[in-house]
Design a protein around this ligand. Structure first.
Ligand code: DCT
Ligand code: MG
Length: 424
């Protein structure tokens, strides 16, 4: 994670919850206030970061640099330093600033914006574009990696392998006879559908389908749309649904029944059901292992693709023959191109036990950078271990159970940042 960040008194003062985002301006403190606008707290979980911010010219460019760094970096050659992470930190700072940067001087001493990033900002402010960024946008490698990482089931290392093997189009990949996971086959065949932005209305439509099914199995269940939509985004790449029940333990075995029902309704195209073990599910009662810092949680979950009827209807629509799992990629491509009354959508269903609900909610709301800093901050500043399952105080040796999202922030001694301001 690089060097630990020292919290100075000045930062501590800035971390006190503010009623109003902008400080009060009087004539005498005007100049100082102007400069303070560009003063930031070190961790993005301490800052308010809206979706619509003031520095889009800069962030558009840094998004390309960040993406490209991810494509280039391999997980074992960075030796602790990651350019991708450095750019993500620059992005998080720029998105949180309450004003547009108009001169590089304003951000000279701003945390996380290093020399190279300052040069890029200066160039962008003066020229409205940046040579390095323009070159990346034109590069074959960047464009092919962007295309290949857009395939569901293919991460950066798969995309790199395809690129290094000389494949240049999705057709090349489809025709190449290398082993591919079932997820990748579906990702390739339904590439167009899955790369159409998911609309908020579609997320709500899937939520209500899942809610109706689940309620009929287990009354009193809650289904919540999380991820980007909960942070106020109007489009996304998938639909993240958190499923829970107020009675701890009632959720056990629920997901299997939900999937069975979805299958009967012919709504499932592809899915992978990750069951969790008893000890993972019950760690809050037997806290032998404090929650780890690992990105992936241990909730029982399903990652899949559903065929969402284009017109909202409660009636079932025949999507594909039930047993789609051993179809050839050619059959799948034909199916994806056929005249159909549905579109393929990525859906994640996550089962969260009631006692872990608010930690799961924070984790699955994100964004990714917010989570990363929240966990880092908890560890470095409070000696606490945070995950989507809970918060463990390593000093006191106890788990802190939470009954609201606000309480999670209170334990962490942070101002309550609402979901719409977690777009770091
Ligand atoms: N998450 C995380 N770390 C990851 C992946 C996800 O902390 N490596 C959390 C943060 C957001 C949430 O899970 C849902 O993940 P995504 O659906 O990938 O992100 P999103 O913010 O919902 O973005 P999108 O709108 O593209 O779906
Ligand atoms: Mg999402």
């Amino acid at each position: 994670e690089g060097k630990p960040v020292e919290i100075t008194n000045q930062y501590k003062l800035l971390s006190v919850p503010k009623k109003n985002h902008e400080p009060e301006v009087t004539d005498s403190n005007y100049k100082q206030t102007k400069l303070n606008c560009f003063q930031v707290d070190p961790y993005c979980c301490q800052r308010r970061t809206p979706l619509q911010h003031h520095n889009k010219l800069l962030t558009d460019a840094f998004e390309i640099l960040e993406e490209n760094a991810e494509y280039i970096e391999s997980s074992n050659d960075t030796k602790g330093y990651s350019r991708n992470l450095a750019y993500r930190r620059v992005l998080a700072v720029l998105r949180s600033l309450p004003q547009a940067v108009t001169s590089v001087k304003q951000i000279k001493d701003v945390k996380h914006i290093g020399g190279h990033s300052q040069k890029i900002i200066q160039e962008l402010l003066e020229e409205k574009c940046c040579l390095e960024v323009e070159e990346i946008k034109r590069s074959v490698r960047y464009n092919k990696m962007k295309l290949f990482t857009g395939v569901f089931g293919a991460g950066v290392s798969t995309a790199r392998r395809w690129y290094d093997t000389g494949m240049t189009s999705l057709n090349d990949v489809i025709q190449h006879n290398e082993d591919r996971s079932t997820a990748q086959k579906y990702g390739l065949a339904f590439f167009d559908d899955l790369n159409m932005p998911v609309l908020k209305a579609e997320a709500e439509q899937v939520k209500s389908i899942v809610k109706n099914i689940t309620e009929s199995i287990l009354p009193g269940v809650s289904v919540t749309v999380t991820g980007g939509f909960r942070r106020g985004k109007t489009v996304g790449h998938d639909i993240d649904l958190l499923i829970s029940h107020p009675k701890e333990g009632a959720e056990i075995g629920l997901l299997g029944k939900i999937l069975e029902k979805l299958q009967q309704l012919n709504l499932i195209l592809y899915g992978s059901h990750n069951k969790c073990t008893y000890s993972e599910r019950h760690f809050t009662e037997e806290p032998r292992d404090p929650p780890t810092n690992s990105q992936m949680d241990h909730f029982e979950k399903w990652f899949g693709i559903i065929g969402l009827p284009k017109i909202s209807t409660e009636k079932t629509v025949l999507i594909a023959e039930n047993d789609a799992s051993d179809k050839s990629i050619k059959d799948l491509v034909d199916l994806s191109k056929s005249e159909k009354s549905w579109t393929a959508k990525r859906v994640d269903l996550i089962i969260v036990p009631s006692s872990q609900y608010f930690y799961g909610l924070v984790g699955w709301t994100g964004n990714k950078m917010f989570n990363r800093d929240l966990r880092l901050y908890a560890q470095k500043e409070l000696n606490m271990r945070l995950s989507s399952h809970g918060l463990y105080d390593l000093t006191k040796g106890c788990l802190l159970t939470s009954n609201s999202e606000e309480e999670v922030f209170k334990y962490l001694k942070l101002p309550v940042i609402p979901p719409e301001l977690r777009n770091c």
